[in-house]
Write a protein that binds this ligand. Structure first.
Ligand code: HEM
Length: 495
């Protein structure tokens, strides 16, 4: 009798536990600490990476938390992320409108924060223009090569002195996108370029602080500016003003017909005019154009610069890996001519190193959040319309089931197969997956490859003190960048 009572009590306890674990009835399980109205707002840490890792372990591949009235769902593991973003793309390809866009009257404009038909048209036009730059005369490669020449010049001027390369790398990456957009590169000392880059820096710095406003837009109306939403909006306005009223406007007056196809702005305007002439219904207009330029500069410069800085940081921490990369470059290309995009297949070890650092750095650790556009079910849990979905790319990058027990070690060899060829598993998705996959992947990959091939060919990268290289640690912000560190570029030819 006693045993039966204990058994029944145990079953009841388990049922109650499971019920609370699957909090809100059928919603994905939630961590404790939710407060009425505020939800988990005060449980969230400034750096959510370790917290998401812990919750993933405790709650499973899908878990949720609440910030004020908004339900956020975190997806973990390659299979689930692929299932939701690829196979269930119809329900999971929208974005929550960005409060800055709303405040500036630019909701539904551009690519990154727009949704539906407008997003589809802007995205597909942007992709087809960017693709066209990679064909024929290969405008993209020419632009990247030219920027590298200036970047190398800047490094030579450092004469081996230890330097924090963050700003220089951001400027180089920003300039590649600017050249693509406007058909001309800026001198690093150009006042407009410096203002633009400075504003982007400020925008990204304020972006994290203002995130709460994204989930609870009323906060923007509070007196003062505790969440910095007003400041961030003002900076975004200043950036758009430079893009639309200075750069695009000047181009329309100055650009001649021959150079039209060599830059994004003129290619976009030509396509818009064609659609209008043909009587096609189109969302293409100058507000969208300015917002797309903003989106590409915002999404592209900092992330690509961070990826490059990670490669530099790993190179100075692992001199034997750096030496192997140099040996490969010397054997396959030599030291006389500059590496080109056609050398890509020859430099297997360098590509494997880039893939491995990309995995370990996990630069866009939580991808960009998606918006669920219909009530639906995932893994048996209810996902209500308008929940925010966060694909936790960290959970793939550090998954021992995919990469093995040495998942946290730098091991470029894991991407080289027995025939000595590069082999990238489908699970390596630093640029996301599905309909929203990064549109700058080609640009970023080409820029990173050419930049590193040239840097390692010409310079030995060293820490200031070879006995104590800077630690491999990150700063969590809009992207995951390495901590500030200094590097010395020692000219291999002694020039
Ligand atoms: C190493 C560099 C980069 C990384 C790791 C990266 C990663 C990503 C990721 C994870 C996403 C989100 C995908 C999703 O929503 O599911 C994304 C979106 C995006 N990226 Fe990148 N990116 C990089 C460079 C670039 C560059 C160079 C550009 C453009 C010049 C760019 C433009 C964009 C845009 C516009 C989106 C939004 C796409 C949309 O909403 O449809 N990115 N990127």
């Amino acid at each position: 009798m006693e045993i039966t009572a204990v058994l029944i009590a145990s079953i009841l306890i388990v049922c109650v536990y499971l019920w609370f674990r699957r909090s809100d009835g059928m919603y994905p399980p939630q961590p404790p600490g939710s407060l009425p109205f505020l939800g988990h707002m005060f449980t969230l840490e400034e750096d959510p990476r370790p917290q998401f890792k812990k919750w993933h372990k405790e709650l499973g591949d899908i878990f949720s938390f609440k910030v004020t009235g908004t339900l956020l769902i975190v997806l973990n593991g390659y299979d689930l992320i692929k299932d939701v973003l690829v196979k269930r793309a119809n329900d999971f390809s929208d974005r929550a409108p960005f409060f800055v866009d709303k405040l500036l009257g630019l909701e539904h404009k551009g690519i990154t924060f727009s949704s539906g038909q407008a997003w589809k048209e802007q995205r597909s036009v942007a992709i087809s223009i960017l693709r066209s730059f990679g064909m024929g005369k290969n405008v993209l490669n020419q632009i990247i090569q030219e920027e590298i020449t200036h970047f190398i010049g800047l490094i030579k001027d450092l004469k081996g002195h230890p330097t924090d390369m963050r700003i220089n790398t951001n400027m180089a990456m920003g300039n590649i996108t600017c050249t693509l957009m406007f058909g001309q590169r800026f001198d690093y000392s150009d006042a407009t370029f410096q203002r633009l880059m400075g504003h982007f820096y400020e925008f990204l710095r304020g972006f994290n602080k203002s995130e709460a406003v994204h989930y609870f837009p009323c906060l923007a109306k509070l007196p003062g500016d505790i969440f910095e939403a007003k400041r961030v909006t003002k900076v975004a306005h200043a950036i758009l003003d430079i893009i639309a009223n200075k750069l695009i406007k000047n181009m329309k007056c100055e650009t001649n017909v021959e150079s039209e196809c060599n830059n994004f702005v003129m290619a976009y305007l030509a396509e818009r005019d064609k659609r209008l002439r043909d009587g096609q219904a189109t969302t293409m207009d100058e507000e969208n154009l300015a917002k797309i330029v903003f989106d590409l500069l915002l999404a592209g410069s900092d992330t690509t610069a961070s990826a490059l800085l990670w490669c530099m940081l790993y190179a100075i921490n692992f001199p034997e890996v750096q030496e192997k990369i140099f040996q490969e470059i010397e054997n396959e290309i030599g030291l006389e001519r500059a590496p080109t995009f056609h050398d890509r297949t020859k430099l297997v070890y360098l590509n494997a190193f880039i893939a491995e650092v990309t995995r370990l750095a996990s630069v866009v650790a939580h991808s960009f959040s998606h918006l669920c556009s219909a009530d639906t079910i995932v893994n048996g849990y209810k996902i209500p319309k308008d929940s925010i979905v966060i694909p936790n790319l960290d959970s793939i990058m550090y998954d021992k089931k995919i990469w093995g027990d040495d998942v946290m070690s730098l091991k470029p060899e894991r991407f080289i197969n027995q025939e000595g060829k590069l082999q990238i598993p489908e699970q390596l998705i630093p640029f996301g997956i599905g309909r929203r996959v990064c549109i700058g992947e080609g640009l970023a990959s080409t820029a990173i490859f050419l930049m590193l091939a040239t840097l390692f060919q010409k310079f030995k990268l060293l820490p200031e003190d070879i006995h104590s290289p800077p630690p491999i640690k990150y700063i969590y912000s809009t992207d995951v960048s390495p901590i500030r560190f200094e590097v010395c570029f020692i000219d291999r030819l002694g020039n």
